[in-house]
Write a protein that binds this ligand. Structure first.
Ligand SMILES: Cc1cc2nc3c(=O)[nH]c(=O)nc-3n(C[C@H](O)[C@H](O)[C@H](O)COP(=O)(O)OP(=O)(O)OC[C@H]3O[C@@H](n4cnc5c(N)ncnc54)[C@H](O)[C@@H]3O)c2cc1C
Length: 420
């Protein structure tokens, strides 16, 4: 096995010798003709994390991750890198708190620098009613051990003098802060999990698109792919924005719509924002990368699409959200923007569940909050695949919750994908 260890000494040695000694960090495997115990469809953050925890926590190493493109080409490498566990509802909060705890240990666990930065996240408050709602949320977070602080106007003004505190439409009245929230270098998460899973024996197979499922008498026996059929005792789908298209190949219709979400980064600026800031009266969130770029995003483009590129009206909408709270952003030049396809569920919450086809499992519906969920999603999906029982913090993410009227409607906006 091709193990690469990182250390300060190795980095120094490579810097002095022209960086010629680095090796590929995971094996480029060929599909096994004998098949696998578990085939994971989708090599994004969730698929790779699932493979890693299957191997590490459950000793199941005869596993393949099938990725139609390359590792990191999906949303895991396209998001705005924000992590947090500032949820309200019991179905969600313990799950995201487990994820936060896994983030806090991730780099040691997988021996990979994922640049986990708990710089804090601050949700701005613009009305008295919103203050009440956020204080309620803060209490729920405190009960769950997630930690929360209420910031007064003056605290915010002292720390971020560039914020428009007295905007006539959206005055900043306070903020809900989670000091343990922050950012993580997104593609490093994919590479780190890929390397750690590969080291434990998982086959990572890139350029391998799943084109169908081999289903006989209601039981999934494997997948059809662009590189031939692959047998599996259990098939675990986690393809994020492609959920609807992929599950349709198994005859399954999901309560999910796909939309594009865009992200933006400015030219490098001097350090100005040491936190993540979110606008409370619209969709805008912003942090500053280590290279100095302001990284920000907002709402989804509201039409359904599978294209990984968005349109100009949302660019204007997101930038006007930014201007409403931090007018100085109008002086920065936009360097890049990109889009990713979001699997928007109808109540804004995800699924980690079995399906009506035996041995076929589904993970998706992460909307635009699935990056922070990556570790816990992999952890709990692996638990379900290995034990056939739901993990304690993921008992509510079932596909039939709309039939039972047991939605996890975190924001109280119902079946409105563009509001989640
Ligand atoms: C612009 C943007 C900003 C975001 N910001 C945040 C944020 O700040 N915080 C946060 O928590 N979340 C954020 N998200 C959401 C988050 O990125 C996603 O919810 C999460 O990454 C989805 O899980 P994943 O990593 O497994 O997805 P992906 O990386 O998309 O993985 C799915 C993989 O499945 C593969 N696939 C698809 N079809 C097939 C097939 N037929 N066969 C084989 N493979 C297939 C795809 O190629 C892809 O690599 C953001 C998303 C976007 C696009």
């Amino acid at each position: 096995m091709n193990k690469v260890h990182y250390s300060g000494f190795k980095v120094l040695k490579e810097a002095l010798t022209g960086h010629k000694g680095w090796k590929p960090v995971w094996r480029d495997a060929e599909p096994k003709s004998s098949g696998y115990d578990v085939v994971i469809v989708g090599g994004g953050g969730h698929g790779l994390a699932t493979a890693y925890y299957l191997a590490k926590n459950h000793g199941i190493t005869n596993v393949a991750v099938l990725e139609k493109g390359w590792i990191g080409s999906g949303n895991v490498g396209r998001n705005t890198t924000i992590i947090r566990s500032n949820y309200l509802l019991p179905g969600n909060e313990p799950f995201y708190e487990l994820s936060m705890q896994l983030w806090e240990n991730l780099e040691q666990d997988i021996n990979y620098n994922a640049m986990v930065s708990q710089r804090g996240i601050m949700n701005l408050i613009h009305s008295d009613a919103q203050r009440d709602a956020f204080v309620r949320r803060a209490n729920s977070m405190l009960f769950a051990g997630a930690g929360a602080e209420y910031l007064e106007q003056d605290d915010i003004k002292d720390r971020y003098p560039f914020l428009d505190m007295k905007n006539p439409r959206f005055p900043i009245k306070g903020a809900l802060s989670q000091p343990r929230g922050g950012t993580v270098r997104h593609d490093a998460v994919a590479w780190g999990y890929a390397r750690a899973a590969s080291d434990l024996g998982v086959d990572i197979i890139q350029n391998c698109e799943v084109t169908g499922f081999n289903i006989n008498n209601g039981k999934c026996l494997g997948v059809e792919t662009s590189r031939g059929d692959i047998k599996a005792n259990r098939v675990a789908v986690c393809v994020a924005g492609s959920s609807g298209r992929v599950m349709a190949k198994a005859g399954i219709k999901l309560p999910i719509e796909s939309h594009v979400l865009q992200a933006f980064v400015t030219e490098g600026l001097k350090p100005v924002l040491d936190n993540v800031i979110t606008f409370g009266a619209g969709h805008f969130y912003c942090s500053q990368s280590d290279k100095g770029g302001l990284v920000f995003g907002g709402d989804i483009d509201s039409y359904n699409t599978y294209a990984q590129r968005g349109n100009l009206p949302v660019v204007e909408d997101v930038c006007s959200g930014g201007m409403a709270i931090m007018p100085m952003i109008g002086r920065a030049r936009l360097l890049r923007s990109w889009g990713g396809i979001m699997d928007m569920s109808m109540d804004g919450s995800p699924f980690i569940d079995r399906t009506q086809v035996d041995e076929l499992y589904f993970n998706g519906g992460w909307c635009y909050g699935g990056f922070k969920a990556t570790p816990a999603s992999g952890y709990c999906y692996a638990h379900l695949l290995a034990t056939d029982n739901y993990h304690d913090v993921a008992t509510e993410f079932k596909l039939d919750r709309f039939l039972r009227g047991a939605m996890i409607d975190e924001k109280g906006v119902g079946a409105q994908p563009n509001l989640h």
